[in-house]
Ligand binder design. Structure first.
Ligand code: ADE
Length: 250
């Protein structure tokens, strides 16, 4: 999969994404990640890409033309009109479902704003999706773009070593992941749950599923609305849920 990240801080995104799993996937050519420096498309002699907002107000805005020129270069390279995701706190909140949808694309353009934002007219022309990573305001769209690239990348076949692991993650089933343990068997006086040492595969699976239900009921009861639970699992969840959720969700 090919990602283009339109940014004023290409080093920031490339340094982060060239590390660890996404970095290895780039080396294996499962992912292509290109940071496109919007400043390279500045059209004045000072190389500036920002200006004052009409109507006054605090801060500066990124101008339409450099953003449009950077986009046009990407479009030309891709040979078609790509999906363009503008990272903004005003967007739809990013989640696993959206990541799965993005993972179906052959290429994805992520547009990172800075200063007080970007001239609305270029957004109207090029942006297909407005995406927020949560209800808080960051200094720019780079970290959000990295969050999206990382999340989508691990859904690309071959990026994770173990192809089953993306399937069993938190949220895949609208349930949180069960707790995991590795050696030693006893650490700080704490014993690994005996069922995990039993070698009884079906019992292990049953225990893990129960733990997922318990964790979700405790930590993210809102997720249970989408989870498919059998009667026994619902009973387990009900025993944990406060009354405000019990009637409403299960
Ligand atoms: N830019 C600044 N804050 C953001 C957020 N929460 N999500 C996406 N882009 C942003």
């Amino acid at each position: 999969m090919q990602f283009y990240i339109m940014t004023l801080f290409p080093d920031m995104v490339m340094n982060g994404l060239s590390t660890s799993i996404t970095g290895r996937a780039m080396e294996k050519e499962l992912l292509q990640i290109e940071a496109v420096n919007i400043r390279d498309y500045a059209f004045n002699k000072h190389n500036s890409v920002d200006d004052y907002p009409y109507g006054g107000g605090a801060g500066m805005l990124m101008q339409a033309e450099p953003v449009f020129q950077a986009y046009s270069a990407i479009k030309e390279k891709a040979g078609r009109t790509p999906r363009v995701v503008y990272m903004s706190p005003q967007g739809r909140t990013f989640d696993q479902e959206m990541a799965e949808e993005f993972a179906k694309e052959e290429e994805l353009v992520l547009l990172c704003g800075h200063y007080e934002g970007i001239d609305e007219r270029v957004l109207e022309e090029i942006v297909t999706d407005y995406v927020s990573i949560g209800d808080y305001v960051l200094t720019g769209g780079e970290l959000p773009a990295m969050v999206v690239v990382d999340t989508v990348s691990r859904l690309v076949p071959g990026v994770l070593h173990n192809d089953v692991s993306a399937e069993f993650d938190s949220f895949q089933d609208s349930l949180l992941e069960y707790p995991q343990y590795s050696r030693p068997e006893i650490w700080h006086g704490k014993q690994v749950p005996p069922v995990l040492l039993s070698g009884h595969h079906a019992n292990v699976e049953k225990w893990r599923r129960e733990q997922s239900v318990i964790r979700t009921a405790r930590n993210r009861p809102d997720l249970l609305e989408k989870a498919e639970l059998d009667e026994k699992e619902k009973e387990l969840a009900r025993a944990i849920l406060g009354s405000e959720y019990k009637d409403h969700i299960l």
